[in-house]
Design a protein around this ligand. Structure first.
Ligand SMILES: Cc1cc2nc3c(=O)[nH]c(=O)nc-3n(C[C@H](O)[C@H](O)[C@H](O)COP(=O)(O)OP(=O)(O)OC[C@H]3O[C@@H](n4cnc5c(N)ncnc54)[C@H](O)[C@@H]3O)c2cc1C
Length: 462
């Protein structure tokens, strides 16, 4: 079907305002690490029924479709090519219901994470997934990438928050698995296939999400330490002694800390001479009791020599100041040019050796290159910021980061996904049989290969 005929069909489904074309599409924000939107047709459905009709139409026409959520992803999974159609979830942004007794909510996939978190406040409930992209990412995008973030150590990844799901398949059929129970062992859990599928298996249109009690107390500390081994011991100590309250344990290295606390940037609560800094957070239900517990557990850790210095937040302002150092990426992106960002995982016990090897490889090629490690160390997840070489050197920089994962059995993607960015390196983490079965699943759900073609797999599935 020629594009003009397709546009008319789309307008008949979603109305005039639901279809954008030409400069209105190519002039949109292309997303992280992407230069330009190449596709020039964008459809913005409002209902599952409309998504179903769009997909049936595209499938019949063999029309490639790229699903876009909040465009906060880091692996170019929403990149488009000429001739593709963008299906944006931006108008499917309704919180349909919140059930306080069952502690569940039903949402459309385009609801922004931060808005959802805010809207739960009056109910005394919370949605524990939290990440730096919260102001733009969508819950559907969080599911499609199996997002992680700051609180995985306590609550798990997005996979653990999704109870039910509605998905429009490539051919337009609507798979409704809107389960509202925590327990439901009735054969294969189909929704799990779509979680982390990066828009290659179906369009997630609605979700049933698990909610938690809203924490009342929050205690935060910043500690510094001159050995990674002690940081790993501190993590275990805090997790064990806080009796389930530990909700974040984030690491930044000296390079990251110094960059963000440099002149005119964030104030440095602790001196900047230590190799490692950890942000520790405990969420609980009783201000006084939790504060006393937090401080005594920290004091105990100090006595055991598990860190060198610490500062405990006494106010919301202190707390924001500590988290600001961890969450602000602006200065890193500014100072580290050309900027390369990585997201890997490996066992905590292997992290120090890994960081040493990556640094050694990088510095042997670019002695002046910048490198900083940060991450959700409680989950074995490291982010690496690199500013080295030129934009032409991407493959060599990537090799410095990914090759050393092999001996540790690490993963090239802890939480960001594969997209276009990491597909040449997928084989480090997934063996031939795993990759083959993944392709079989893709073939089963999307035999014509119209959904997000070219993403995840080195060869196009079609
Ligand atoms: C400052 C910052 C910090 C971040 N920190 C973290 C972090 O700590 N942890 C983490 O995991 N991520 C992090 N991210 C990355 C990003 O926010 C997540 O990957 C997020 O889940 C992407 O959601 P999105 O709606 O923006 O999806 P998009 O970027 O729009 O899309 C991502 C992928 O999901 C697919 N997709 C989107 N919506 C749907 C849908 N409804 N149905 C099917 N497929 C869909 C797309 O096709 C694409 O493949 C961060 C990003 C930023 C900007």
């Amino acid at each position: 079907m020629p594009p003009s005929a397709l546009i008319d069909e789309f307008r008949a489904i979603v109305g005039e305002g639901g279809v954008l074309t030409g400069d209105d599409v190519t002039g949109r924000y292309p997303g992280y690490f992407m230069q330009r939107v190449e596709a020039d047709i964008l459809v913005r459905p409002e209902t599952t029924e409309q998504v179903s009709q769009i997909m049936a139409l595209c499938n019949a026409a063999g029309q490639p479709v790229v699903i876009q959520g909040g465009m906060s992803g880091w692996v170019r999974a929403t990149q488009t090519r000429q001739g593709e159609v963008i299906l944006s979830l931006e108008r499917m942004n309704r919180i349909e219901s919140i059930d306080p007794a069952n502690r569940t909510a039903i949402v459309q996939a385009g609801v922004i994470l931060e808005r959802f978190q805010d809207d739960l406040e009056p109910y005394g409930l919370s949605f524990p997934l939290d990440l730096g992209g919260r102001g733009s990412c969508q819950l559907g995008g969080n599911a499609a990438t199996n997002a992680g973030g700051m609180r995985v150590i306590r609550y798990g990844m997005m996979r653990e928050q999704v109870l039910g799901m509605e998905v429009v398949l490539a051919d337009g059929r609507v798979l409704s698995s809107m389960n509202r129970m925590i327990k439901n062992n009735t054969g294969y859990d189909l929704k799990q296939l779509f979680i982390g599928s990066e828009g290659t298996l179906g369009v997630i249109t609605r979700l049933v999400l698990r909610l938690r009690e809203r924490p009342v107390s929050s205690n935060t500390a910043l500690v510094c330490c001159d050995s990674f081994d002690r940081i790993a011991k501190l993590l275990r100590h805090m997790d064990g002694a806080l009796g389930g309250l530990l909700s974040a344990f984030e690491l930044v290295d000296n390079s990251f800390y110094r960059t963000n606390t440099g002149e005119g940037r964030h104030p440095a609560p602790l001196g900047s001479d230590k190799p490692y800094y950890a942000m520790i957070e405990a969420l609980g239900s009783d201000h006084e009791r939790d504060r006393d517990l937090f401080e005594s557990v920290l004091a105990d850790a100090a006595e055991k020599g598990l860190f060198d210095d610490a500062i405990v937040a006494r106010s919301e302002k202190d707390r924001d100041a500590i988290w600001g150092i961890r969450e602000d990426l602006e200065h890193i992106v500014h100072d580290f040019q050309p900027f390369y960002a990585f997201d890997v995982s490996l066992p905590v016990g292997d992290m120090e050796a890994y960081m040493g090897e990556v640094t050694r490889r990088l510095k042997s090629i670019w002695p002046e290159g910048g490198i900083a490690f940060l991450g959700h160390v409680g989950d074995g997840n490291l982010h690496i910021a690199i500013g080295a070489g030129t934009t032409e050197d991407r493959e060599q920089v990537e090799s410095c980061v990914y090759e050393p994962l092999r001996p540790f059995g690490g993963s090239v993607s802890a939480e960001h996904g594969i997209g276009l960015e990491k597909k040449p390196w997928l084989s480090i983490t997934r063996n031939p049989l795993e990759r083959g079965l993944m392709r079989d699943i893709k073939q089963m759900f999307d035999p014509k290969g119209i959904l997000n073609p070219g993403k995840i797999f080195a060869e196009e599935a079609s």
